[in-house]
Design a protein around this ligand. Sequence first.
Ligand code: CP
Ligand code: NVA
Length: 306
Amino acid sequence: MGPRHFLTLLDLSPEELRYLIQRAITIKNGLKAHGPTYTPFTNRTMAMIFEKSSTRTRVSFETGMAQFGGHALFLSPRDTQLGRGEPISDTARVLSEMVDLVMIRTFSHAGLEEFAAASSVPVINALTDDYHPCQLLADVMTWTELRGSVRGRTAVWIGDGNNMCHSWINAARQFDFNLRVCCPEGYEPREDIMAAAGDHVTLMRDPMAAAQGADLITTDVWASMGQEEEQAKREADFAGFQVTESMLDTAADDVLFLHCLPAHRGEEISTTLLDDPRAVVWQEAGNRLHAQKALIEFLLLGQVNH
Ligand code: CP
Ligand code: NVA
């Protein structure tokens, strides 16, 4: 049997995902109480291939491996043979001979799948044009920490039907909550991803109506990495889709606001939204570290109970 990969949230069962969220909370509490004393991966290495920019993902994976006693290598196409045309599958075979785990942030999801198919060590999706599953581990962890079980709750996605939106749809399916996806015409998520989620997901057009009574509201930039030249057109097309404090006011009293970050204040969120106590984005960003440590541990050791 080949290694377990984490390319989308569908690679783990709902039970495994629920385990991972609880394990991430345990690892976080252990770190806060005792410092980085849990070092199961001494001398293990993880290769991190970044074909797109990153702050949170790079820092959290690199820090997580260091806290575990291991090491992470930052690899960019600018300085590796990947940028000079060495085939993806050859790179996967070579890295598999040397490292214990590979994390990739890239454009094409098919390219990531090609890498994983040739890899004999676990591969983690650190964002593709289509999905960002690691972010959802931190998001569901944050929601769970602050509000308990997410099953049967209602989250609202406002904005672009992008990689983050696709992962929220998969999360609704796997964690069994309801998701209202509210986006302008022409910016819907992929139909097959929506269809596979069945009645966990509802498509809406009016952000105020979508926010009503919601337990959680989230959004993302209007132009993702690789779409920079569409910025002006998107700003016009997303008019009316800015998340504001008054939108949160129509939601449940204990509503939470999440944003994967980086955020563009004055575009997809009001200039002051991140200062509102209902916005828990700094805790969310910090949870990237703990959720990914739980993921690395799971991929290398399976479920552990301590
Ligand atoms: N949210 C997120 O993935 O951030 P970075 O692009 O900074 O890694
Ligand atoms: N949708 C954004 C997420 C960044 C973390 C992007 O792909 O650029």
